[in-house]
Design a protein. Structure first.
Length: 207
């Protein structure tokens, strides 16, 4: 059995039991089939995509960086995404409130965050694992992510099992972390158009 699969699955299973959460309940919360989650816990399947790893960490109160490392995400990605000064940074102008959210103009995009600010100009900081890439709007039709923007791939940095995909969104670039499987399935290459989504709770705000 692959040692990485075993260590990741063991950690998830242990944390789930400590939290008193059933297998079916956790699978419902993170959006994957319970039989798939069961195989992951038993080390029969590799760790899931980063988006799901992040959800598991949140639901089970596991340190995000530790779980990402157990999933096999290279230290270069984990360390950079948790260094406040090395995250994706987006400069924008505050347009005001839209319901409970703060509305921000950045490049050619309108973004939203739950963070409140009295500043007129801000920077939004995002971790690569908080960004999910899709090839079409249909792909994220069921997503609850408030921010949905379209851009084109400008660079792909390969690591073992994972990749940092840089996407130009017209006025700013974002790096998203994805698995080799997702990279191959999406057939990503320089210049290819992709959509990025991230939740309004994901960015930190710096003025």
């Amino acid at each position: 059995m692959n040692e990485r699969r075993s260590a990741f699955g063991k950690k998830v299973r242990q944390a789930r039991k400590e939290e008193g959460i059933g297998l079916r309940e956790l699978s419902r919360r993170i959006g994957i089939d319970y039989s798939h989650l069961s195989r992951i816990e038993r080390g029969k399947r590799p760790p899931p995509d980063l988006e799901v790893v992040v959800k598991i960490a949140s639901e089970l109160a596991i340190d995000r960086a530790k779980l990402l490392s157990l999933a096999g995400v290279p230290e270069e990605i984990v360390a950079e995404s948790h260094d406040r000064e090395k995250r994706n940074w987006i400069s924008g102008s505050v347009l005001g409130k839209e319901g409970d959210l703060t509305k921000i103009s950045a490049g050619n995009c309108i973004l939203h965050t739950v963070k409140e600010t009295e500043a007129e100009e801000v920077q939004l900081g995002l971790r690569p694992e908080d960004i999910t890439l899709y090839l079409s709007e249909k792909g994220f039709s069921d997503s609850s992510a408030r921010n949905r923007i379209k851009g084109s791939v400008s660079d792909i940095d390969n690591f073992e099992n994972y990749n940092l995909v840089s996407v130009d969104y017209g006025g700013f670039n974002l790096e998203a972390a994805i698995t080799d499987t997702s990279l191959e399935k999406m057939e990503l290459s320089l210049g290819k158009e992709v959509f990025a989504t991230f939740k309004a709770t994901a960015p930190i705000v710096k003025t």
